[in-house]
Design a protein around this ligand. Structure first.
Ligand code: NOJ
Length: 738
């Protein structure tokens, strides 16, 4: 029997009607997500779907197999309930966009939205109707491999990008063809895994949880995210998958989230491994009570929930609520009306418009951090012989980054080919592009190829060195303790520097690397993250001035690994470092007496600042800020404060400036960060152009969870800085009055 759809009835009526006709086993079946059959439908899967023992599958992207599964579910099962089909569509599907960290570096939410839309269209063509993205974990420890999958260290930027990506995946109408359900993950606090080691314990005080880790999730929920995934991690003694405070109090009660909560892969079963439960039965009980709707991969619900319900330990109403959430999502996705996928109804994957969008996103993700005057942009007229060197110069696969299950290397253009294409089109005389790898891989410690690379460099006018980290060095479970350049890359840079040729370092990485030793040896540094399918042309365009560099750091870059976590929105401490108190250990006289007064907070062996501040990035022009002003000195709770600043391009080229507004509440009921990003605008300024940029602040922008753990703005004085990075020094003050 199939479900008769009556479009005139509301979703909740249809859900209630269906629920009333379900057996206990069918209800529990909806909670189970299993791995697809990898391109076909094995017998065990067919039987399970037919019997109503499965509500969703993941990792099946063969459209025939997906349609077969939907056929079995809708035509051959008793109630004809369609399946959710999940996939990790993280930064593109066939067309790969920059890793999310790189997308955050665009500071352009419209690009992020467009990328997610294209990813949704390409994935939907295969029958996928649910992505496990965006990842909204705050990434303040670059040792953690999953920083690549998130939008960086800042709650506000992560929230803006997270909401943009939810809009992109889901569109205006979740049931429209090409819309897929988004999933805000990993709820919550996963980014705080101790020492950046994946899956590790987190200890996050509620105040920090609410002020730092939860806001991006709230933004995604407000943007309509259809689902939320629990984190693998233990938070303050209760693993997230059993955490009623997170899943019920915050998510359901405070935020009124009415979508689906899915566990992470076997994270219900792992409640026992954490030591919270004695086994699957208790784990099922804990997760159901916490409100986890879908169990991914493990079978604690399938094996034990019926007994738990029959014994009265899990009330039927609790089970019904879980099932209702899942059925509601299926109705919202329009799956009851149209469970099948006709690929020809969707645009071709990797079509030219998709590739162009990926190229735009990659271009804007590139962050220029160093540029000795006259170095970039390159021109074949001035430096006709370019040596392209490095283990990542011609690596289509590596530039795609982590989580590219479906990524198409076929269409991927690497840096060497892209520079060769520009050279071929150049009218300049005697243009030459030569190439040497220097190292077999980024991890290689074998110096055998370095001498040849130095020889190739010595014959050129300029060296473009493409180095960093291969894709496999970041992402899930791929964490590093030493976040300097891996392998013998520093030796390669030293050898190239010894040739005396100018070096432009293009750095691909899934995280912030510690580059203090390397920076002085290069003339320019372009941070490229893993830029995706069109990374090569994007990089070549920016190096040769076809496009302007416009990315800004979504994370602080440490000088040395021992500085991490290092982030701009830190607390002040009672003894903040000042320029007068900082001392390097090499400058301390032997047998100096150690004092306990007058000390401040810094490491003895490294300057306390990051190598590059959050929000920073250069253009090929010069931009100045002036006349920061507000339309009042006081802000009352129901009013708005207009803040304006003049931004001028004083250089010779177009500049894309990211105008950033930071705020500080210097005296509050709980200590507050020294600065917090509250707004930004990315603008284009032509040479000589001056623009007034306006921001509007409301009391809600000043709000935070204070001593009473309620979100509110506290009256008093506030500092505002506006400028081109978290180091902005143009400041004004205003007062919030009741
Ligand atoms: C585990 C990862 O933590 C999660 O992010 C991902 O969505 C699932 N596996 C499914 O692949």
């Amino acid at each position: 029997m199939t479900v008769a759809t009556a479009p005139t009835r509301s979703v909740s009526e249809q859900v209630r009607d269906l629920l009333a006709r379900m057996t206990l086993e069918e209800k529990i079946g909806q909670l189970q997500m299993v791995q697809g059959g990898g391109g076909h439908v094995p017998d065990h899967l067919r039987d399970a779907v037919q019997d109503g023992r499965i509500g969703s599958v993941l990792n099946e992207t063969n459209v025939e197999a997906v349609n077969s599964l939907q056929w079995i579910a809708t035509k051959q099962s008793r109630l004809g309930i369609p399946l959710l089909v999940g996939r990790d569509v993280i930064h593109g599907f066939k067309t790969v966009f920059p890793i999310p960290l790189g997308q955050a570096a665009t500071w352009n939410p419209a690009l992020v939205e467009r990328g997610a839309r294209i990813a949704a269209l390409e994935a939907a063509r295969t029958g996928v109707n649910w992505t496990f993205a965006p990842m909204l974990d705050i990434g303040r420890d670059p040792r953690w491999g999953r920083v690549a999958e998130g939008f960086g260290e800042d709650p506000f930027l992560t929230g803006v990008m997270g909401a943009a990506s939810v809009r992109g995946y889901q569109g205006d109408d979740l049931s429209a063809p090409g819309s897929i359900a988004a999933c805000a993950k990993h709820f919550a606090g996963y980014g705080a895994s101790e020492s950046g080691r994946d899956y590790n314990t987190t200890n996050i005080p509620e105040n920090e949880l609410r002020n730092v880790h939860l806001p991006p999730f709230h933004a995604a929920v407000e943007a309509g995210a259809a689902s939320v995934m629990t984190s693998f991690s233990d938070i303050d003694g209760i693993p997230a998958t059993a955490n009623r405070f997170l899943l019920r109090t915050v998510l359901r009660e405070e935020w009124a989230f009415d979508g689906v909560v899915v566990s992470d892969w076997e994270s219900i079963r792992q409640l026992a491994t954490h030591g919270l439960t004695a086994g699957d039965r208790d784990s099922a009980l804990e997760a159901a009570q916490a409100g986890v709707d879908i169990e991914m991969a493990s079978t604690a619900y399938a094996d034990h929930l019926a007994d738990l319900v029959c014994e009265g330990l899990v009330p039927l109403a609790t089970l019904d609520a879980l099932v209702e959430n899942i059925l509601t999502m299926k109705f919202r996705l329009g799956l009851f009306e149209q469970p099948f996928t006709e690929p020809s109804a969707f645009p071709q994957q990797c079509n030219s418009a998709h590739l162009a969008a990926a190229r735009d996103a990659a271009t804007e993700s590139l962050v220029l951090l160093k540029n000795v005057p006259g170095m970039l942009p390159l021109s074949f007229a001035h430096t006709p012989h370019v040596a392209v060197i490095g283990p990542l110069a011609d690596e289509a696969h590596e530039q795609l980054g982590t989580w590219i299950f479906d990524g198409d290397t076929q269409h991927c253009v690497h840096v060497l080919d892209a520079i060769r294409a520009l050279a071929a089109a150049s009218p300049a005389a005697d243009v030459r592009v030569t190439h040497a790898r220097g190292l077999a891989t980024t991890r290689s410690t074998d110096h055998a190829l370095i001498a040849e690379a130095a020889r190739v460099a010595s014959e050129a006018d300029v060296v473009v060195l493409v180095a960093g980290e291969e894709a496999i060095l970041s992402g899930e479970a791929h964490c590093r303790a030493d976040i300097t350049l891996p392998g013998a890359q520093e030796a390669l840079i030293t050898a190239l520097a010894e040739t005396g040729k100018p070096i432009v370092l293009v750095l691909m990485a899934g995280r912030a690397l510690a580059l203090e030793r390397v920076l002085p040896k290069v003339h320019a540094l372009l941070y490229a993250w893993h830029p995706g399918t069109m990374g090569g042309p994007a990089i070549a365009d920016v190096l040769f001035g076809v496009r302007e560099p416009s990315g800004r750091l979504p994370v602080s870059l440490p000088r040395v690994p021992g500085q991490v976590p290092i982030y701009y929105a830190h607390k002040n401490t009672g003894k903040p470092a000042t320029p007068e108190t900082i001392v390097h250990m090499n400058d301390i006289p032997a047998r100096a007496a150690q004092l306990s007064v007058g000390n401040t907070s810094f490491h003895l062996d490294v300057h306390p600042s990051p190598l590059f501040a959050f929000g920073s990035g250069l253009s090929y022009s010069q931009v100045g800020y002036s006349d920061l002003r507000a339309d009042a000195t006081e802000l009352s709770r129901d009013a708005a404060l207009e803040i304006r600043v003049d931004v001028t391009n004083t250089g010779p080229r177009d500049a894309h400036e990211v105008v950033q507004l930071y705020l500080r509440d210097p005296v509050a009921s709980v200590t507050r960060p020294v600065r917090e990003l509250k707004a930004f605008q990315k603008i284009l300024l032509h040479p000589g152009e001056r623009r007034t940029v306006a921001f509007t602040l409301h009391a809600s922008d000043l709000a935070f969870y204070g001593r009473a753990m309620r979100r509110q703005a506290e009256p008093g004085r506030f500092h505002v800085w506006v400028g081109g990075s978290a180091d902005a020094d143009l400041r004004l003050d205003f007062t919030l009055v009741d």
